[in-house]
Design a protein. Sequence first.
Lengths: 384, 266, 326
Amino acid sequence: MTETVEFQLSEEHRLIQGTVREFASREILPRAAALDRSSEFPAEIIRSAAALGLMGMMVPEEYGGAGQDSMAYVIAQEELARASAGVQAIITVNNSLTCEPILRWGSDDLKRRYLPALADGRSLGCYCLTEPGAGSDAMSLAATAHLDGDVWILNGTKIFVTSGVEADVCIVYARTGPEPGARGISAFVVEKAFPGIRVGKVEHKLGILCSSTAEIVLEDCRVPRGNLLGEPGQGGRIALATLDGGRLGIAAQAAGIARAALEDALAYAKGRRQFGRAIAEFEAVQWYLADMATRLEASRLLIYRAAYLRDQGRPYTKEVAMAKLFASETAMWAAHKAVQIHGGYGYVKEYNVERYFRDAKITEIYEGTSEIQRLVIARHTVRP
Amino acid sequence: MGVNVVVCLKQVVDPELPAQEFAVDPHSRRQVRTGKALVISTYDENALEVALQLKDKGAASGVTVLTVAPAAEAKDAVRLALAMGADRAVVVDDPRAPALLGVEKAALLGAALRRMGGADLVLTGCESADWVERVVAPLLAEAIRASCVTFVSRVEAGGGFVTVKRLADDGVHTVEARLPAVISITSDESNRPRLPKIRDIMQAGKKPVETVPAPALGDVPGAMADGVEVREVAIPARTTTCEVLEGEPAEQADALIQRLRALKVV
Amino acid sequence: MPRILVIANALDGTLARSALELLGGATALAGAGGEGVDALLLAPRPLEDAAAALGRHGAKRVFHAAHPALSTGQTDAALVAAAAAAARAEPEVIVAAADTVGRELAPRLAFRLRAALVTEAMELRMDGGALIARRQVYGGRAMATLAVTKRPAVISVKPRSFDVPEPSAASGTVERLAVEIDAQALGAVVRDVAAETAEVGLEEAQVVVGGGRGIGGADGFTLLQALAEALGGAVGSSRPPADEGWVPISWQIGQTGKTIRPNLYIAVGISGAAQHVAGVSGARTIVAINRDNQAPIFSLAHFGLVGDYRHIVPALTAKIKELKGT
């Protein structure tokens, strides 16, 4: 593991890294290709991950979580994504986009009711923010929620919900106030079991195929009053703060994919012989590998710094945007080069690199496109 | 109730290290350890898993890990073993440990066990991943006057004895050994070492670890392998040059069969 | 030249091949004009033929321990007989095969006799007064040379390390060794023996195809089986496939004494990093098939085929069948 001047992995972090790596190589790696072919939800793997404590890594032990810090989290996410970005997507959404907002903004009652099940795998979480008309401009969302006695009534359509099919606990954003933009939005914990919520269209995607992506439709969905997160009108803040944490997970996902691309390309280049020698001996190939390795290290350092700041309780929005931006572009570039190094074999499903190529693309898009990340960074850098 | 189990662990340089990184120090006549990743010796992990399964079933009242090692080196292995589920650890701090032969190790382990008040069941790996002498379990059994079975894949405890499956040259033996017993464990589908839960990795730091300096064990008879001297440990010179057969699979197959026919092997 | 006692295992009722191998090695060690080599024959009942065979292969005196407790896997009983033989013959060096019983017997006997101990030796010779033993260490990556000056010394020898000597017409003296074994007092007792059956035993096969972690699953082994069948050989594996449950544990090479010495060994998807190597280095010709051209197995192999075994192995099988006209 790289050790830099600032970061030295503690004994616990090293043990966690080793354990998750072993878990990924035993349980996930052998099944990753098949899961991609079948687009099947990896139920058994998620169960095993939950048993290890991977589904609620940062949830305090009193709520049944593993009580870990962000550093342990990003280390674990990279190991999981190296084996399968699809499996890791399911896990990171459960951790960062479901457990975290409940932990930070939920009442004691909400925390007690939902966190233990989310942490031990009895429940699976998803995040409903995006709408057909509100993507990058998330705060223009149109779903509504109004109070009717002791019940919120929610209406709207959410799209591109990761784990939308299998999840039973959803964080849903809807407009509760007349104020335009972020200030009129509130966040809710909505169970699939509540009346008036259903899964709509299920998307067929380019990559992360074992992770379902679906439409969630709310038609007079009845949500108990106590399931509001924070205060009415705080939804915008909650969404943005939650996305910051989510970007840590996605950045780590991208690093995992980049590492997979590098490792596979390296192994292939050493074995493939043309013109009487291993192609790893040709300078062009060596330079690709060198660049892949360098960019991966840089991604990691950005990720670790963002995680470190978060653990210190310091603002980390700019840093995590940098990490997500850089790591996702690295993953896409590295996967592309990995396919190229494999030549024709990189284009066929017998080898894993074409999957990395397809999986990597989403990291440049979800939880804030690269364009949005640049906006965020610019806002912090070019402040008047 | 249940038996009191002690698992003997040892740390070795990762045996999966690439060949280029394997080196022998001509002075110590042992593998170069500095800067190399250390892991728990392969079969010792299986032994620990067997112990933990006995604990899960209620057949073991407690699992203690015991190791003879330089204390600083042993920390990771001890932490991992405690994270997997062992209850406590005893570390005999001995800077000579990495260079000691099995005979010497067994003597120290025996002395440590006596100091701990003995154990009902002692489990070790069937062989260490480095010197592969396969002597610690039988010697330890003699030192503490226990019964002994080696190369065991499964253990059941009950009624003052253990029933084990020994993987023998000719098949599988079912053996009954009376307690106290020293059993050496080999790997099997049933004893794949478990992964520690993330939470337990943190909790492991709170479990008791007793460190005993080796001299505190007193004069240990047999702690010196007198009369046996390691004269040399050398990497054999490569006598074979590997001919790499190129081309598409069909061409490679052709080329190989030609060579094998010429050698009259096929 | 030292007085040597060879422990000859006939616990299952037949004389083990290793006993004759040990006689070959011990005779060379004892040298000419010495006191010769003695043998302790362990058997559940009197075996005159086995005792005679030991004599023909070089044993000067055969101490025959015959007792029902001396049966398959009964180390504790064998220990009693071995201690009795040591008291009777007063050997300077005791040599046992590193088989199931020998691996337990040698260290325990050494402890009881306060003898020096070397296990899993592959070569033995004298150097002045010192007994020199060589053995593999570090999973087969290095060889250790040990000098034993203490007497008595107990040595266990890896099977197949020595050749069976040419028998002569000579016969040794056979003496019944009285042993008192209290079957109730034995620490460990074998209750059941489940013998493994294999069409072509791994240890006897002239051709072995071995699969490693690189095979990726149980399915891949069917390709290896087809190849082995075409070659008239057996299939084995390194440790990971057995641990994963892809193959039965009896297929494992390099462990539980399954050392093989075939004419041809084809290692498929085996990195060659550790223990496995120790079990196969005696093969006459080694072929390695692996995707990684840096894999350590290539430094051991005579022929290397770098590539995907899923393409190479069927190509080989097809060519061989073509050759054989099957």
